[in-house]
Design a protein around this ligand. Structure first.
Ligand SMILES: Cc1cc2nc3c(=O)[nH]c(=O)nc-3n(C[C@H](O)[C@H](O)[C@H](O)COP(=O)(O)OP(=O)(O)OC[C@H]3O[C@@H](n4cnc5c(N)ncnc54)[C@H](O)[C@@H]3O)c2cc1C
Length: 491
C-alpha cells in the first residue's frame, strides 16, 4: 500500500532510503536543513573549485547500482566511477611512503621494500579477514532487531578473532611497527580507534579488495547530485532549507513532523537520517522516551570529531610525491589516538589525511590549479575546546606543517580556503557532541547493540545513517537505507 513517508536528512543513508522507497511506489518527501543535499558529503563550491566536504574513498559500487536498478535505471547514466590504484599512499613520520595497492602481488612488492619477513604474515592476515568477510558480509544489509541474530554471528566473530582490537589482530601477523599501522588504520575511516575497534571491522579491508576504491568523476558531490536527480525522476520530492524541529508522537506512534514555526504535516512513516542520538535528544520529547533517555544517550561512546581544511592553490603540485589519497601518520600514533578518543583532549600534534583529487580529475578546479582537503583527527565537543578562538591558529599550524613537509610555498599560493570543525558537526550537521561518525564502532555499540533501524519505542519511526547498524562509512549508510526500506516494505 502506498504510504506518505518523510525522510529527514539527505546524507547517503537518507538518499538511499528515499530512492528505494520511491522506487517501490511510496510518496516520499526528503527534507534537509541545508541548502544542498549530501550531509557530510556536501560539496562546497568556492571560487570555481569544487571541494567534496567529506567522503572521498568510494567502494562497493554494487550498492549504488542496486538503487538505480530498483528504480529501473542505470547507474552509469548518472555518474562515472574511476578505479584508483594505489588506494592510499601512507607516509611515515620521516616522509617515506607505502603504496597500499589493490592486488596481492603489488602489496607483497611494497612490503618487500619495508620488511620482507612480513610478506607471509600479510597473506595470512588477508586470508583471515576474508573469512570474517565471508561470514559477516551477508549481515551488513540485514537488520539487527533481535539478540538472537547477534547470537548467530558471535561464534564466527570469536572463532576468527573478530572481537580482538584491530591493531592487536594485525600485530598477530605483521611485525614491522609502521606496517602494523598501515594495515590497521581502517577503523579511522568510520570513527574508531584501531587500538580498540574490534577486528570484525576489517570487513572494510575486504570490501576494498573485492570491489576496489573508486573516484566519482566530478567528485563525490556528483554521486549526491545523481541520487537527488534519481529521486526526482521517480517521483520523490526534495525540500531543502527545511529543518525539522519535532517528530510528533501520539500513543507511541509517529503521526508527523513539525517545523520551528509550529507548522505540522502528517506522515504515515518517518525515517530519520539525522544523527540518531541527536534525533532522540532533540526531536522527540523527553516524556515519551523510556529507552533512549538523555542519560543513556550521554553514556554512549562517541567517535572523534574532525577539522577539515579545504584549499585550492594557483599552482599544481604534481611533483610533490603525493597521490590521490594520502595518509600522514604521526610518530606519536598510539598516544595521539588515545588523546583524541579516550582522554578526549586536543593533541598538539596531528595525524592527517590529505586528499588531492585534481591528480585524477582536473575538472574540479580552474585550469593550472590544484584542489586539496586535509583532515585532522580531533576530539569531540566534550574536550571543551573553544574552536572560535583557536580554530584559525589550528588551521594555520596544519597548513604550515604541509608547507614544511609536502607542499612548498603553500600558504602564498592558496586562492580558495574554507574549514569545518567540531562546532560545524554539532550545529550545522546536528551531530551529538559534534562527533564526525556518530557512536564509536566498539563491540558493545555494534549490530544489535547499536540503536536499531526501527525504533524500539515508536511505531512508524525508522533510522538510517551512521548512528544505526551497520555504522559509518558510505557503503554502510547506503546499506542502512536498504535495511530501513525493506523493514518498511515488510511492515
Ligand atoms: C570529513 C569526512 C570524511 C569521510 N570520508 C569517508 C570516506 O572517504 N569514505 C567513506 O565511506 N566514508 C567517509 N566518511 C564517513 C561518511 O561520510 C559518513 O559516515 C556518511 O556520509 C554519513 O551519512 P549519513 O547517512 O549518516 O548522513 P549525514 O551525512 O550525516 O547527513 C545527515 C543529514 O541530515 C540533516 N539533518 C540533520 N538533522 C536534521 C533536521 N532536524 N532537519 C533536517 N535535516 C536534518 C543534516 O543537515 C545532514 O544533511 C567521512 C566522513 C567525514 C566527516
Amino acid at each position: 500500500m502506498k504510504k506518505k513517508i518523510a525522510v529527514i536528512g539527505s546524507g547517503f543513508g537518507g538518499l538511499a532510503a528515499a530512492n528505494r522507497l520511491a522506487a517501490v511506489g511510496h510518496d516520499v518527501h526528503l527534507f534537509d536543513k541545508r541548502d544542498k543535499l549530501g550531509g557530510r558529503a556536501y560539496q562546497y563550491e568556492i571560487d570555481n573549485f569544487k571541494f567534496d566536504g567529506g567522503p572521498t574513498v568510494i567502494t562497493a559500487p554494487y550498492i549504488f547500482d542496486e538503487i538505480f536498478q530498483l528504480a529501473g535505471k542505470k547507474r552509469e547514466d548518472y555518474f562515472e566511477l574511476v578505479p584508483l590504484d594505489p588506494f592510499y599512499r601512507i607516509f611515515d613520520e620521516k616522509g617515506n611512503h607505502f603504496d597500499y595497492r589493490h592486488q596481492l602481488n603489488d602489496m607483497l612488492t611494497e612490503i618487500d621494500k619495508w620488511h620482507p619477513a612480513d610478506k607471509k604474515g600479510y597473506v595470512k592476515f588477508v586470508n583471515q579477514t576474508k573469512k570474517l568477510f565471508e561470514k559477516l558480509h551477508p549481515y551488513t544489509d540485514q537488520p539487527f532487531l533481535s539478540f538472537s541474530r547477534m547470537l548467530k554471528i558471535m561464534p564466527d566473530v570469536i572463532r576468527f578473532y573478530g572481537w580482538q582490537a584491530t591493531y592487536a589482530f594485525v600485530s598477530r601477523y605483521i611485525k614491522h611497527p609502521f606496517l602494523r599501522r598501515v594495515f590497521s588504520f581502517h577503523p579511522l575511516l568510520i570513527g574508531g580507534n584501531p587500538f580498540n575497534t574490534p577486528a570484525l571491522y576489517t570487513l572494510i579491508v575486504q570490501f576494498e579488495k573485492e570491489w576496489g576504491v573508486h573516484y566519482a568523476k566530478g567528485g563525490t558531490g556528483k554521486i549526491v547530485q545523481a541520487l537527488g536527480q534519481l529521486l526526482e525522476d521517480i517521483g520523490g520530492t526534495i525540500h531543502l532549507n527545511s529543518e525539522i524541529k519535532e517528530i510528533v508522537i501520539r500513543d507511541k506512534k509517529v503521526t508527523g513532523i513539525k517545523w520551528a514555526d509550529d507548522s505540522y504535516e502528517p506522515f504515515d512513516i518517518v525515517v530519520s537520517n539525522g544523527d540518531v542520538s541527536f534525533t532522540y535528544a532533540h526531536l522527540i520529547h523527553k516524556q515519551y522516551r523510556k529507552k533512549w533517555t538523555d542519560n543513556r544517550l550521554n553514556r554512549l561512546r562517541y567517535s572523534n570529531s574532525l577539522v577539515v581544511i579545504y584549499f585550492g592553490t594557483r599552482r599544481r603540485y604534481l611533483d610533490s610525491g603525493l597521490h590521490h589519497h594520502n595518509i600522514i601518520v604521526n610518530s606519536r600514533y598510539k598516544e595521539l589516538l588515545r588523546d583524541v578518543f579516550k582522554r578526549v583532549t586536543l593533541p598538539n600534534d596531528f595525524s592527517l589525511y590529505l586528499h588531492m583529487p585534481t591528480i585524477t580529475d582536473s575538472t574540479i578546479a580552474p585550469e593550472g590549479h590544484e584542489s586539496f582537503y586535509v583532515l585532522s583527527l580531533v576530539p569531540h565537543m566534550d574536550a571543551g575546546v573553544d574552536w572560535d578562538s583557536i580554530g584559525q591558529e589550528y588551521r594555520e599550524r596544519v597548513l604550515m606543517f604541509l608547507e614544511d613537509n609536502y607542499l612548498p610555498d603553500l600558504r602564498e599560493n592558496i586562492v580558495a580556503l574554507h574549514h569545518i570543525d567540531p562546532p560545524h558537526f554539532q550545529n550545522t550537521l546536528n551531530s551529538y557532541k559534534g562527533a564526525a561518525f556518530a557512536t564509536q564502532p566498539s563491540l558493545l555499540q555494534s549490530a544489535y547493540f547499536r540503536p536499531h533501524s526501527k525504533s524500539e519505542e515508536f511505531e512508524n519511526l525508522y533510522f538510517v545513517g551512521a548512528g544505526t547498524h551497520p555504522g559509518a562509512g558510505v557503503p554502510a549508510v547506503l546499506s542502512s537505507g536498504k535495511i530501513a526500506a525493506n523493514l518498511i516494505d515488510q511492515s
